[in-house]
Design a protein around this ligand. Structure first.
Ligand code: HEC
Ligand code: HEC
Ligand code: HEC
Ligand code: HEC
Ligand code: HEC
Length: 319
């Protein structure tokens, strides 16, 4: 009885300690959800929806979403983008926020200064200028920048002439870092590539087709992996299939950066090569032979059988 009482006291104390520590931890977690200690984000969050105009925008957008009216984030964001509060709102749900790419990484400034004046020292208008975004974004996205540099888009952008050409933020937006999907691409590229401007109007349809074939590559890769797993379970030799699958996966991994060369013929050829590799992997796995170890096994079995016969023969003789 004494022992039971003692242990229940200990359980009671532990319970209280746990409860207290949860209660103490709670407010801190709620105050800064998933954010690094960053004065830009901390202060700009408080500016959220501060003016009537901004609140109205957000309300209209929510109403549209609730009524199932498809309104592209692009059209609303262009207007929203310019306001201090909404930049935070858009950024806070982006993968940049998730991976700690905070405001000062693109804007400059001092993220450990608490006052606005202090933090804003060194804010740069140059790094965020549209035509400079390839360099600003390319600090972290080198592979995309390298490919982008050989595109006509980049050449036009760099030419300084009054030709329209998309920069990184034209397609991705500065704060939401949206990635256009195959179904959005035709509409989006038609902003410039159409019969009125006369800039390669056949491109939007081709671009949609090229990007859609990436989905096909993914499907072929997953077929190949399951064929390889099945063959492995039967102890078959999958070496050749795995080499083919490996090269298909390398191609898939590189598609997002290769895309930025904006050479659709090259992009399509690469993706088709990946699809062929994956299909070869599936075939190789389906027709896989028994592994070298198991092909030796019958020979070993025969030897055992012969030895067995000898043993039986000598045993019989020795009786
Ligand atoms: C203590 C609050 C506070 C901090 C800290 C702060 N800002 Fe601001 N920021 C503001 C306010 C308020 C405005 C709007 C200023 C205005 O309208 O005059 C603003 C405006 C801006 C603008 C719009 C351009 C401009 O100069 O008006 C940018 C860009 C910006 N901040 C970036 C940053 C970055 C990057 C950091 C961190 C290095 C940061 N801010 C830290 C309060 C802050
Ligand atoms: C990945 C880079 C990047 C990050 C991170 C980023 N911004 Fe920006 N921001 C830009 C670019 C580029 C522009 C210019 C957009 C344009 O010209 O349409 C811009 C524009 C702005 C503007 C409008 C300024 C003006 O002078 O027109 C504000 C305000 C702003 N950002 C605030 C912020 C705040 C606050 C954060 C953090 C919560 C942030 N940004 C994070 C790249 C970034
Ligand atoms: C300080 C480094 C850094 C800078 C500068 C930066 N990014 Fe990123 N970006 C990241 C990281 C980290 C991720 C998330 C991990 C990943 O996808 O690689 C990311 C993700 C992305 C994605 C994928 C988003 C998704 O949801 O899949 C896009 C698109 C992107 N960035 C575009 C841009 C653009 C455009 C700029 C310039 C305006 C920029 N980035 C500037 C680091 C950066
Ligand atoms: C003309 C439009 C366009 C321009 C300009 C553009 N991108 Fe992209 N970007 C896309 C599309 C579309 C994809 C998706 C490609 C795919 O699915 O294979 C993409 C994909 C990405 C990704 C990979 C996202 C992921 O899911 O892995 C990053 C990072 C990225 N872009 C960064 C950049 C940077 C940095 C620049 C400027 C140097 C840039 N982009 C310029 C349209 C564009
Ligand atoms: C802001 C305008 C603009 C947008 C948006 C735009 N482009 Fe372009 N694009 C151009 C211009 C200008 C050229 C150069 C045309 C020339 O010099 O022949 C070009 C050239 C190209 C080329 C090269 C054609 C060739 O002959 O080598 C491809 C491919 C291309 N764009 C694809 C796309 C795709 C895909 C999208 C959508 C994700 C897109 N573009 C969005 C303006 C744009």
């Amino acid at each position: 009885m004494r022992l039971k009482n003692g242990s229940s006291t200990i359980v009671g104390i532990v319970f209280v300690l746990v409860a207290v520590s949860i209660l103490m931890a709670q407010p801190a977690i709620a105050a800064t959800p998933n954010l690094p200690n960053n004065s830009c984000a901390d202060c700009h969050r408080t500016l959220l929806f501060s003016t009537g105009e901004q609140r109205q925008f957000i309300e209209i957008r929510i109403q549209h979403l609730e009524n199932g009216i498809s309104c592209s984030i692009v059209c609303h964001e262009d207007k929203l983008n310019k306001t201090t509060a909404s930049t935070y709102a858009l950024w806070s749900i982006s993968s940049h926020a998730l991976f700690g790419v905070t405001c000062e990484k693109c804007h400059g400034g001092n993220a450990s200064a608490v006052s606005m004046q202090g933090a804003h020292v060194g804010l740069s208008n140059i790094s965020i200028a549209r035509a400079n975004t390839p360099e600003t974004c390319g600090k972290c996205h080198q592979a995309e920048l390298e490919e982008f540099k050989s595109s006509k888009h980049y050449m036009n952008l760099e030419s300084g002439l009054e030709v329209p050409a998309p920069a990184c933020i034209t397609c991705h937006q500065a704060h939401s870092v949206h990635v256009l999907t195959a179904s959005e691409i035709e509409d989006f590229c038609s902003n410039c590539h159409n019969n009125i401007t006369g800039i390669n109007p056949t491109i939007p349809a081709k671009a949609e087709k090229a990007l859609s074939s990436v989905a096909e590559l993914r499907i072929e890769i997953s077929k190949a992996s399951s064929a390889i797993n099945t063959a492995k379970a039967k102890n078959l030799d999958v070496t050749r299939a795995e080499v083919n699958l490996g090269s298909a996966m390398t191609i898939l991994k590189e598609t997002p950066s290769v895309w930025h060369r904006f050479n659709l013929t090259f992009f399509d050829t690469e993706v088709q090569r990946g699809i062929a590799d994956a299909q070869n992997a599936t075939n190789a796995a389906s027709y896989a032979q028994a592994t070298p170890e198991t092909t030796k096994a019958p020979g070993f079995g025969v030897a055992l059988f012969v030895i067995g016969l000898f043993v039986a023969y000598f045993l019989k003789r020795s009786r």
